[in-house]
Design a protein around this ligand. Structure first.
Ligand SMILES: *Cc1c(COP(=O)(O)O)cnc(C)c1O
Length: 365
């Protein structure tokens, strides 16, 4: 009998999240210089972070002997000003991953269930199973959320339904009208977690205002992050906007100091740099054209994406991935998402995209 066998079955059956391979690891494995490696595996911002965020982070370093403001007063104030919210509606997390965990801690337990889509973000099943709750995975439609089927899958014991819009890793998008119709139809005993990690990349005509819906639907939570367009993935800051009663529950189970002082300062500054976000979205838009044109030339199928990444079909994903790694290019295999013949590539700078395209062409030939 091992000590590990004492853990609940629902913990022992969890498969750990597989992150994108770090640059330092590939450099070690292949004997490559780190500077020669192109990492397009984790949907990070290829521009880095906003200069304003960099300055704020540098200033905040001076105070790290002090605990951070666990109430995140300054960041919440900035969010309230920007989106017209009240601080009681906001929960700040150690990345939006923390938000997803806090939701599961507050609402899920053995005997209860959460609904999510096939090919949706891997943290939904992880956070669900870590609470001993049942995950109800609904088959995708055209690689995206089948909202009608998700609605039909809700059971009396269901407490949470997760929706990523745009979705990762497939990049699919549900228009705002359809999404609001879904939210209004979800039973009031079920919390809808609307994960908007990539919302900053949407074109103006695709935008909808989920923050405004929070006032209308007490069972809605909108999750956002500073990890993607804001370029602060390494600092771990995300937040939820929801009904004050939901926020209150999440704050009770939250670690008192879950976000670092440096992260809070950088996020607040980043929020004010709209020019940086606009530039990031523009470089993403152009990179999307560059990559999808290359897929078309190479005769590869891809899923039209609304995020800062594209998922494309290569057949032998393990072999192609290995051939890319040998050339110092890191993309993301997504077999764990039930897509063993596909790879996901994040959109980089034009020269990084070109490196990837050249490496892919060689890998395929
Ligand atoms: C990247 C991502 C997140 C969270 O990232 P954090 O760094 O934890 O904020 C959440 N949801 C989706 C769909 C993502 O792709």
């Amino acid at each position: 009998m091992s000590i590990a066998s004492m853990a609940p079955d629902y913990i022992r059956s969890i498969m750990a999240y597989q992150p994108g391979k770090p640059i330092s690891e590939l450099a070690r494995e292949m004997g490559l210089a780190e500077s020669s490696i192109v990492k397009l595996a984790s949907n990070e911002n290829p521009l880095g972070m906003s200069p304003a965020a960099r300055d704020a982070a540098r200033d905040a370093i001076g105070d790290v002997a002090r605990y951070p403001d666990g109430g995140a007063f300054a960041l919440k104030s900035a969010l309230c000003n920007k989106f017209g919210l009240a601080p009681e509606q906001i929960v700040v997390g150690n990345g939006s991953n923390d938000i997803l965990e806090l939701v599961s801690q507050a609402f899920l337990a053995p005997g209860l269930s959460a609904v999510y889509s096939q090919h949706a973000f891997a943290v939904y099943p992880l956070a669900t199973h870590a609470r001993g709750a049942r995950g109800i995975e609904v088959p995708a439609r055209n690689f995206g959320h089948d909202l009608a089927a998700m609605l039909a899958a809700i059971r009396p014991q269901t407490r949470v339904v997760f929706v990523a819009n745009p979705n990762n890793p497939t990049g699919t998008f549900v228009p705002g009208g359809e999404l609001e119709a879904f939210i209004s139809a979800v039973p009031k005993h079920v919390l809808v977690v609307l994960d908007e990690a990539y919302t900053e990349y949407l074109a103006p005509e695709q935008r909808y205002d989920a923050m405004a819906w929070v006032g209308r639907y007490p069972n809605l939570l909108v999750s956002r992050t500073f990890s993607k367009a804001y370029g602060l993935a390494g600092l771990r800051v995300g937040y939820a906007v929801t009904h004050p009663e939901v926020a209150d529950l999440m704050n009770r189970v939250r670690q008192p100091f879950n976000v670092t002082s440096v992260g809070l300062a950088a996020a607040e500054a980043a929020l004010g740099d709209e020019e940086f976000i606009a530039r990031s979205a523009e470089i993403n838009r152009r990179g999307m054209v560059q990559l999808t044109q290359a897929f078309a030339e190479l005769g590869l199928e891809w899923i039209p994406s609304f995020g800062n990444f594209v998922t494309f079909k290569v057949g032998d994903a393990i072999g192609i991935n290995q051939a890319l790694l040998k050339q110092g290019v890191i993309v993301r295999p997504i077999a764990a998402y039930g897509m063993p013949h596909w790879l996901r590539v994040s959109i980089g700078l034009p020269e990084e995209n070109a490196r990837f395209i050249a490496a892919l062409r060689r890998a395929l030939s």
